[in-house]
Design a protein around this ligand. Sequence first.
Ligand code: HEM
Length: 534
Amino acid sequence: MDQTILKIGAFEATYTCKAIAFLVGIIAHRSIFIYGEWHLKAVAVLQAHLAIWAVILFPASRYLGAVGALQEGSLIALAYATGLFGSISVYRTLFHPLRHYPGPLLARMTKLWHVVRCLDSKNYVVMEEMHKKYGDFVRTGPNELTIFHPDTLVTIYEGNRNPFTKPAWYDNLRPYTGLNTHRSKLQPTALASYQPNVTTHADCLANLIEEQVGKPVVVNQYFYWFSWDVMGQLAFSKSFGMLEEGKWHYAIKMLRKGLELVGPFTPVPWLTRVAFAVPVLDTVRNFLKMEDWCARRMDERISVSSYLIGWSAKHDRLTKDLHTLYGDSIALIIAGSDTVAYTLVYIFYYLAKFPSELEKLRQEQKQEGLTDMHDFRKLQALPHLNGVINEVLRLHPAVPTGGLRETPAEGFEIGGRWVPGNTLICAPRWTISRLESCFVQGNDFIPERWYSKPEMILNKKAFAPFALGAYYCIGKNLAYMEMQYVVSSLVSKFDVRFAPGEDGKGVVDDMVDQFTAAPGQLRVVFEKRKDVVV
Ligand code: HEM
């Protein structure tokens, strides 16, 4: 009898507990979670909630039994969650400074809508839709505006003292830090020293293609092997040897699988932290293995530079310096490989699609008397070659939507509108650099607009494939050098056409956006050039 009374009393007590839990949820939002950034503490926050829950369950089980305690405990947790998320949703929908901007209803409350929309890693398509539906200023997250106004790229990036900062996403590699936090650019003067790395690998690429002339090949892998081998040499002083061996290196395969994580998880940095802490997904495990692999290669490399370790240890910063080096190597090889390979794939897509473009490049080589492709000064000055490269960078920017920035605390004017402080700004290059208001026939491939038809560029501000300002791409000059050399030398040696059954549609339709983009497969046939070589 006593037990039954106790049980009824306990159940009644949980009504009070649920009401309190609901209130605590609201207070937690209003007094704690509304302030600051929480992504780096996401795991600790989840652990703390689980611990508090366990503390409630334990004494309750004495009166309610294990099943009853679990049942009531879950309802108390639900009451807390309702208070917390209810308060968050009401605030974000009705009171947030961005409440007047249009956008999807769910986006006002949570960025998880974006994760769901990006499960197929097609963020650039999602952004294009947003633009068509809502216009130039779209609220794509509780605290995020996506702005399609052509001034945006210049406003958020340009200038060494630009007040916009890099937001939470850039913490994803922590505890490693990379070139995105400390900056040393590859100077044009140093560029000459990278030439042998580029030319040796590009010549190896030409040999590999020569072995396959007349046969249909998936050209993607060749350009990826090339750019990864170049970056392996740059980051670890050791090529991955893929061009020589004619196959993928296991670490790069792992890394490319790991990058699949980036597409869907990019919109919500805290989710990435949780995924890293509880690596149940295959792609997360691959990403972590890849990080570890890069760290080991860097360890091997610096073991020959014991002075560096000695200096760091003496100044009590060994761990910090090592984390920076590990982060650097990861940032370098991802940022430098995927981008160049992706651009090369699209350049050859257009050359196969429009044979006249191949001819124009050859005519240019002939007119300029370009017999030695190692003449980088001449390559840099070829108008059509660089027109082709720029036009591909415009139509297919290798970072199509990524590179968000945060407005300074006092707010900032963008595209004629005032944007509140600490707002995340996304400026999707994919859409902006195709705007008809900025480029005549914006969706068409017209390399001449970059030299003989400047009237076809109405607003150059819409073109920033390497970003701008203090955080512009450190590899820009190297990237141009790689592309100029590879395109010129392959064009001088081979004809290229679509393989039987290929129409090039897949290379565009199957493209994925994983911060850097990856194209769909492109099948082409290379033939030895038949006319006289210049
Ligand atoms: C077609 C080729 C390339 C394109 C289109 C490209 C584009 C970009 C863009 C847009 C950014 C800024 C990203 C941001 O705002 O977070 C960037 C950053 C960066 N790029 Fe490149 N890049 C290319 C090639 C390279 C190469 C060859 C290297 C290697 C030397 C490289 C290394 C980096 C690094 C280390 C960063 C810094 C990342 C950061 O600050 O977050 N990139 N690149």
